[in-house]
Design a protein around this ligand. Structure first.
Ligand code: GLY
Ligand code: MN
Ligand code: MN
Length: 469
């Protein structure tokens, strides 16, 4: 499809070849296009479910920045190429503070205007244009004729329970504090997401449940993937279908890494074959319409059964994951979870004779680290609206922070023996395993939100056998 008024054109001629698709609208079109449309409601019956949660977050921001004018932009469309843009995705802090998620309008701005004892908050956005305007019928980027219905000021005010105003009324003010250019504000809104509320936890459970169905779809499609020249793309595509059907999409590009590709931690090229006898590492997460995402990895034997050596690696990773899970308790430091996993990883690779030092020496904070060649990434990160959530939180609140009820994070140890790594025996080369689960801290302990997705080697084999039936 081409865009805008440029679309009404006939065959290119010598005269129009430089302006190619551009042609003015004829008078008959202009005389008739604005009439003959039914009225439509400009509001919704009630506020959406997340509105009171977002209001509580705004109250926390207001209390933390007395007397300051705060500006939280949603961000703008980003050009992909020429006149096509990426799908719009609002800034995570904007979504968190407004409750406006996959349906947020580009260029919107949330403004906290200081008043005597707090702030008046207004959400500025580009209200849909009247049908008599060229924007309606001629603007392919925002015109409703092109992209479909857009909200009214009154509709959003009710939907999000925030006063609204047209974007044209927004004006920058000297001395205001703008998200993205103020470290203190960036940090505050990031740390505000460290502990999730009940709405967020429910959304993350939803994202995990849809992701589980996506993994089952992948297992069903493994024979098709194995028969395809780019089987990894088949796997990616099957998951994408589930993500789009039931959610907004994926929270990050799916990693469908078969055979030795599993050792490339961010393998998203996904153009390889899926070979029976190999493992395929799939790291994928559905993002709900609310923008909360899952982040789950399973490593599957393509032909349904692990070989002995694959199982040995798998079991070591599972042991590390279980040790990390056992260490995750309210009141301990976040990094304790990582340290528990790394103790197992170091012990196993030392036992297999891969290290030039003992496991204990490898775990020394200064002189060690030899085992990290085989697991270079961390074990855990916070998870939420962003897959790597709370990224601007201070180290003392994040890596050195204390686990609290309501925190959601991953546990994702792995072992990766690259195909050309001469430090490992040939039988290990090209094997990469990661097991990644999404964990919720509660008063009574850690809860594995993704526990329903089979984890042990035996469970995974039974799962494949059952699904492929
Ligand atoms: N999928 C990215 C990660 O696991 O952190
Ligand atoms: Mn992760
Ligand atoms: Mn992941």
């Amino acid at each position: 499809m081409s865009t805008g008024q440029r679309d009404t054109i006939a065959e290119p001629t010598a005269e129009n070849s430089t302006t190619n698709r551009k042609q003015p609208f004829p008078r008959g079109f202009l005389d008739t296009i604005s009439t003959g449309w039914a009225d439509r409601p400009d509001t919704v019956p009630t506020a959406r479910e997340q509105a009171p949660y977002a209001a509580a977050r705004r109250a926390a921001v207001s209390a933390a920045f007395p007397g300051k004018r705060l500006v939280i932009p949603a961000g703008s469309l980003k050009q992909r190429s020429n006149d096509t843009d990426y799908v719009f995705r609002a800034h995570s802090a904007f979504a968190h503070l407004t409750g406006w998620a996959s349906d947020a309008e580009p260029d919107s701005v949330l403004v906290f205007e200081p008043t005597g004892d707090g702030h008046d908050v207004t959400l500025y956005f580009r209200e849909r244009a009247d049908r008599t305007t060229p924007e309606f019928y001629a603007d392919a980027t925002v015109g409703e004729f092109w992209i479909g219905p857009r909200p009214s000021l009154a509709g959003v005010a009710t939907d999000l329970a925030i006063p609204t105003a047209h974007l044209d009324e927004f004006a920058a003010v000297d001395g205001e504090v703008v998200l993205g250019s103020d470290d203190e504000l960036d940090r505050f809104v990031s740390e505000l997401r460290l502990v999730k509320d009940e709405f967020e936890i429910a959304e993350m459970r939803r994202a995990v449940d849809i992701t589980a169905r996506g993994f089952e779809d992948i297992i069903r499609a493994l024979p098709e993937a194995a028969a395809h020249a780019r089987g990894e793309r088949v796997v990616e595509g099957v998951f994408h279908r589930r993500a789009r059907e039931e959610g907004n999409g994926e929270g990050y590009d799916t990693i469908a890494a078969s055979g030795p590709h599993a050792c490339y931690l961010h393998w998203t090229r996904n153009d390889g074959t899926v070979v029976p006898g190999d493992l395929i590492l799939v790291d994928a997460g559905v993002e709900a319409d609310s923008l909360y995402t899952a982040d789950i990895t399973r490593t599957l034997p393509v032909s349904g059964r692990f070989t002995d050596v694959q199982r040995r690696v798998y079991d070591a990773v599972l042991e590390a994951a279980d040790a990390a899970f056992a260490a995750a308790r309210v009141g301990v430091r976040f990094r304790t979870v990582h340290e528990a996993a790394m103790q197992v990883i170091a012990a196993r690779v030392a036992e297999w004779g891969l290290l030039p030092v003992t496991a204990e020496e490898a775990l020394d904070a200064d002189a060690g680290g030899q085992h990290r060649r085989y697991m270079v990434h961390g074990t855990s990160h916070h998870l939420g609206i962003d897959v790597h959530d709370c990224a601007q939180a201070r180290r003392e609140m994040y890596y050195d922070g204390i686990l609290e009820p309501g925190m959601v994070f991953t546990i994702e140890p792995g072992l990766y023996f690259q195909i050309d790594d001469l430090t490992v025996p040939a039988e290990l080369r090209g094997i990469g395993v990661r097991i990644e689960d999404d964990i919720l801290m509660t008063e009574s302990g850690a809860v594995n939100l993704s526990a329903a997705i089979p984890r042990t080697a035996d469970e995974v084999e039974e799962w494949i056998a059952r699904v492929q039936g």
